[in-house]
Design a protein around this ligand. Structure first.
Ligand code: NAG
Ligand code: NAG
Length: 284
């Protein structure tokens, strides 16, 4: 009797309220299914099923799950996920270093708040050879060394603080007056290039270009690990910036910026890129 009452009490606490939120268990299953689908090259393994009106983009172009990179069997050597229980969303970073062609893949998945029964949106940014500072050896090496572990509850930042840290970083590209909460140490993994040395005074406040606007931001936030992934247009380039925030300050930044593919080959995009982001060299 007591045991069943306790079970009941646990169930009540763990369940999401009627119209908001999903549990971490529900979202972990979604993230696990993304990795399973990618590994097998079978988008049908993504769970739950996609809603009839699911929106799918890949490198900021309209796509479908069936034709997306999930349909290519790529076994990740490194995986990390963020679970956003407020939005019912997940972000999964997969580093594929050992296949015929290397990839870094970031996937944001959105269920509906309070409804974990269907997927409503999937946005993927992926990079490979030729993309900005792409070097899978470096990406795998540095990403594997970092610690994105659970932060004790009393030391966690709110969603607002975590998002504000990411937004400040994104805003300083167009507004040099922005106050960015740089942490010390902080390390930026830009493609496969690392700004850190593993030293206590590592800084991310190095080499931020100016005159670039980072727009159309879509966030997945996990307070338990201080993580926020932002998928956006970097000028007009498809981009993901994944941050870890500790005590309100930036600790890690992972960037993926797409220079190749259909988007990068359009003449208009090329011209604007040359004009706007002189640091990002033409790679086509
Ligand atoms: C790629 O990264 C590895 C590890 O950091 C480094 O040893 C190597 O020199 C890099 N390659 C290039 C082409 O930059
Ligand atoms: C630039 O950032 C500063 C500091 O946050 C802010 O006061 C100002 O309004 C911003 N300027 C623009 C044009 O957004």
């Amino acid at each position: 009797m007591l045991a069943s009452l306790l079970l009941l009490a646990t169930a009540v606490v763990a369940a999401p309220s009627a119209d908001t939120g999903c549990t971490r268990d529900q979202l972990q299953a979604v993230a696990d299914s993304i990795v399973a689908a990618q590994t097998a090259g079978n988008p049908a393994l993504v769970k739950p099923a996609a809603a009839a009106d699911v929106a799918v983009t890949e490198n900021r172009q309209s796509s479908s799950l069936a034709s997306s990179i999930l349909s290519r069997a790529l076994k990740p050597d490194h995986v990390r996920s963020s679970l956003d229980t407020t939005q019912c969303a997940t972000y999964t970073e997969m580093i594929v270093a050992s296949g015929a062609k290397p990839y870094e893949i970031g996937v944001q998945v959105f269920l509906a708040p309070g409804d974990a029964s269907a997927i409503h949106r999937v946005d993927t940014i992926y990079t490979s050879t030729g993309d900005w500072l792409f070097n899978i050896t470096g990406t795998l090496y540095w990403a594997s060394k970092e610690s994105w572990t659970t932060i004790p509850e009393a030391q966690r930042d709110t969603r607002a603080v975590i998002q504000a840290a990411a937004d400040a970083y994104c805003d300083i590209f167009s507004n040099k007056s922005t106050v960015v909460p740089w942490g010390t140490p902080c390390a930026r993994l830009e493609g496969g290039s690392y700004t850190g040395k593993g030293a206590a005074d590592d800084s991310c406040n190095v080499g931020i270009p100016s005159g670039v606007t980072l727009t159309k931001r879509r966030y997945v936030i996990d307070e338990t690990i201080g993580a926020v992934d932002v998928m956006m247009a970097f000028a007009d380039l498809p981009d993901s910036h994944d941050f870890r925030v500790e005590k309100g300050k930036l600790r890690y930044v992972h960037t993926m910026t797409v220079m190749t593919g259909a988007k990068g080959k359009s003449g208009g995009a090329k011209g604007r890129r040359r004009g706007v982001t002189s640091e990002i060299k033409e790679s086509l």
